[in-house]
Design a protein around this ligand. Structure first.
Ligand code: NAP
Ligand code: MG
Length: 503
């Protein structure tokens, strides 16, 4: 396990009459390794899932899926081509016309409910597979990703026989075949976010997971078979960006839904201009987590840590900018550093690990490059002195203080465990700084005053504003962006509206 070397005690700055925080930790306790041992039941090779069957790629080509924690090969995945995407759309069209699109909602509900139950039955196996394929700490895949994915199927199973209430006074109808492409940060959960509302509404789907994290999607296909889901209702094609582009632009798709980077979102929008496809885009973010001087500081520090270091910062709504009220800035920063020193980084399968592996070598390179610009542009960098495993892709939790709005680390999405700390003096300044970004996905506010929370939540241009908490999700709560963070909502009644036509 990694160790943190002790740092000499030094007096911290006094602020606003509060006692100066002392360094309370020296060396980090060593724990014995505690790896999760459930068998992930991986196959050596995964084909596409088309028309209810695992289907070899037309090209005969496969690519490797790697465990980013140790760089070992986990499995081979089918390399999707335009021919595979065509076959997937043909299967989806047939399923829409002959079974799923005609089935009463109460019957569809039974299948979706069964999928949720089967996923719960295999939860530990899925959590281990998710952690091995993507690098996230097992306590996250076990306690968050897999249960939340099941919760999304349960929630939407509950809607499938109540669709008359999605838009009271109007009639809803499915759109047809939907094309979906998702990223690597929450592979199974993003899959559930995309599939559950589409299926509940009666659509059929062609979906591509991210190239680095496709395994749990194909394991879920085993569950579709066990649940007796009619062939062609969900079709999974694996591959790279060109496979994603073929799914997004396919003529059979009545709607496309994409979650990923703003850059690719813009390419998709351009390629679909002039078509009548419906579209929802869930893109990047650069959220502000705003701490006022009357906030419960210890609670806020936990929220800041959760906001940016959760899932190695591979979170679109990560609180990557901390805006802290000047009177408490020194206190918050000192407590934050203390907290970061005791985070455990290392083997993602270990139950004590807080921060697992960065998803890929490419992403590690992106984080390193952006962090180097922070240093070059003059911000002050803090990293705990922990050891990192010798193999695999890891990055220390990093806090930049003395950041100004013009720094790249304050403007660009880093998508890693890197926090930029800025200060403010008035509420107006906090709002101005928080909104001064191309993105608008999420924000956090920490204060004792309810009126300030209400004022901030109206002023902040973000799809979700958390108050005195961070990164809280519920299938009933719609999620989505403003500005370059995209459009459309996922979750809740609003999410279902994006998968239907109204009459
Ligand atoms: P990405 O590079 O945009 O990739 C997302 C998906 O699109 C992947 O499956 C990718 O395939 C595919 N793709 C690549 N080029 C494509 C193209 N030209 N046409 C169609 N599909 C294409 O994003 P990422 O790096 O995987 O994910 C991180 C980004 O996702 C971040 O910006 C994050 O903020 C965002 N995100 C947003 C939300 C949200 O709800 N707003 C949620 C999660 C993540 P390959 O894997 O083969 O490249
Ligand atoms: Mg992988």
């Amino acid at each position: 396990m990694p160790t943190v070397t002790s740092e000499k005690k030094r007096p911290a700055a006094r602020s606003a009459g509060r006692p100066a925080p002392e360094l309370i930790f020296g060396d980090l306790w060593e724990y014995d390794p505690s790896p999760e041992t459930a068998d992930p039941r991986l196959k050596a090779r995964y084909d596409h899932f088309i028309g209810g069957r695992f289907t070899a790629p037309a090209s005969g080509k496969y690519f490797d899926s790697i465990n980013p924690a140790n760089e070992a090969k986990l499995a081979e995945l089918a390399h999707g081509s335009a021919a595979d995407v065509d076959a997937a759309y043909a299967a989806a069209r047939k399923a829409f016309d002959t079974t799923w699109g005609r089935m009463p909602g109460r019957e569809r509900a039974k299948y979706i409910y069964r999928i949720a139950r089967l996923l719960q039955d295999r939860a530990r196996e899925f959590a281990v597979a998710e952690t091995m394929d993507g690098g996230k700490a097992i306590k996250e895949s076990r306690d968050f990703d897999v249960p939340m994915a099941a919760a999304h199927f349960f929630y939407h199973a509950g809607w499938a026989d109540k669709l008359d209430y999605v838009a009271p006074g109007r009639k809803v109808a499915p759109l047809g075949v939907v094309g979906q492409v998702i990223p690597w940060n929450f592979p199974l959960l993003m899959l559930a976010w995309k599939l559950a509302p589409a299926l509940a509404m009666g659509n059929t789907v062609v979906i591509k997971p991210a190239e680095t994290t496709s395994i749990t999607a194909l394991k879920l296909a085993e569950i579709f078979q066990d649940a007796g889901l009619p062939p062609g209702v969900v079709n999974i094609v694996t591959g790279f960006g060109d496979t994603g582009a073929a799914i997004m632009t396919h003529p059979v798709a009545a709607k496309v839904a994409f979650t990923g980077s703003t850059e690719v979102g813009k390419i998709i929008m351009r390629s679909l201009a002039g078509t009548d496809k419906k579209m929802t885009l869930e893109l990047g973010g650069k959220a502000a987590n705003i701490v006022f001087d009357d906030a419960p500081i210890d609670q806020a520090v936990e929220g800041i840590v959760n906001g940016i270091f959760f899932n190695q910062g591979h979170v679109c709504c990560a609180g990557s900018r901390l805006l802290v009220h000047e009177p408490v800035a020194a206190e918050v920063l000192a407590k934050l550093k203390n907290r970061v020193k005791v985070l455990r980084i290392g083997d993602p399968l270990d139950k004590n690990t807080d921060i697992g592996a960065i998803n890929s070598k490419e992403q590690l390179g992106t984080i390193e490059r952006l962090v180097a610009t922070g240093v070059k542009e003059g911000a002050t960098m803090f990293q705990p002195a922990c050891k990192l495993p010798s193999k695999g892709y890891y990055f220390r939790p990093t806090i930049f203080s003395g950041v100004s709005m013009s720094h790249r680390i304050a403007r660009e999405e880093i998508f890693g465990p890197v926090l930029s700390v800025l200060t403010f003096r008035t509420l107006e300044e906090a709002v101005e700084k928080a909104n001064n970004t191309a993105y608008g996905l999420s924000a956090g506010v920490w204060t004792d005053k309810g009126s300030r929370i209400l004022k901030m939540s109206t002023e902040l241009k973000a799809g979700v504003v958390w108050a005195n908490t961070y990164n809280k999700f519920d299938p009933a709560s719609p999620f989505g962006g403003y500005k370059e963070s995209g459009f459309g909502r996922e979750g809740g009644r609003q999410g279902l509206l994006d998968y239907c036509k109204l009459a």
